[in-house]
Design a protein around this ligand. Structure first.
Ligand code: SAM
Length: 219
């Protein structure tokens, strides 16, 4: 899976991409992440990417030119198996769910993630080039970079080979296997800690009973 992240702040991704599972998955060649600096595509002599909104009001809006050029360039260079959806991260979009994450991981081998800033982006970019408008929740962040990281992280862990044991994401909160419910509680050693005990059933080796207990404790 290859992620193209379109942003005016590529530096924001440095730490995030170079730690933990994403670092390992990139090392193994299971995922690839390409950062595209939108500003580089601006034809303005000062590399401006935003302007005041028509109709007035506070804040700035991304102008269409750098975004059109950037998206068209990325699409023309990408050697994808099929379509590459352009996903615009926006609070006004459809709320991201595990089902949608699974769909992305299964259906595509490349994704374009467009990070907005300020008031957002010119509507003509959305009308002409955006396939999916996606929100990570009903609150407003200052930019689309954190939402893009959320999508990269959630989708990457479903790409075969990204995480150690394939099974570990099959039995997780919101997975099909758990009926889209929230996972059962986990316990580890010691069996007793500050007077709090691990449920008896988990200490024995009766797998059928453990399975029953876990099903009962899905939320
Ligand atoms: N004016 C916009 C509104 O009222 O919906 C908010 C713009 S927000 C300050 C700037 C950028 O952050 C957006 O263009 C989007 O890319 C990103 N963003 C903010 N909150 C988000 C969320 N909950 N989900 C996805 N993207 C978000």
């Amino acid at each position: 899976m290859k992620f193209h992240i379109l942003t005016i702040f590529p530096e924001m991704f440095k730490g995030f991409l170079n730690e933990s599972i994403l670092k390992k998955a990139q090392g193994k060649g299971v995922i690839e992440i390409k950062l595209h600096d939108i500003r580089k595509y601006s034809k303005d002599k000062h590399k401006k990417v935003d302007d005041t909104p028509y109709g007035g009001g506070a804040g700035m809006v991304f102008t269409p030119q750098p975004l059109f050029d950037c998206i068209e360039h990325v699409k023309s260079k990408a050697k994808a198996r099929g379509d590459i959806p352009v996903i615009y991260l926006t609070p006004g979009g459809k709320r991201l769910t595990q089902t949608q994450v699974e769909r992305f991981a299964k259906k595509y081998d490349q994704l374009i993630l467009l990070c907005g800033h300020y008031e957002g982006i010119d509507q003509r970019v959305i009308d002409s080039l955006v396939d999916v408008e996606l929100s990570i929740g009903d609150y407003v962040l200052s930019g689309g970079e954190v939402p893009a990281m959320v999508v990269v992280d959630a989708v990457s862990r479903l790409v075969p080979g990204a995480i150690g044991k394939e099974e570990s994401h099959q039995e997780e909160s919101f997975s099909k296997k758990l009926g889209r419910k929230k996972e059962y509680p986990h316990y580890t050693k010691p069996a007793e800690f500050r007077g709090m005990e691990v449920p008896e059933v988990l200490l024995g080796g009766n797998h059928a009973e453990i399975e029953r207990w876990r099903r009962k404790h899905l939320r």
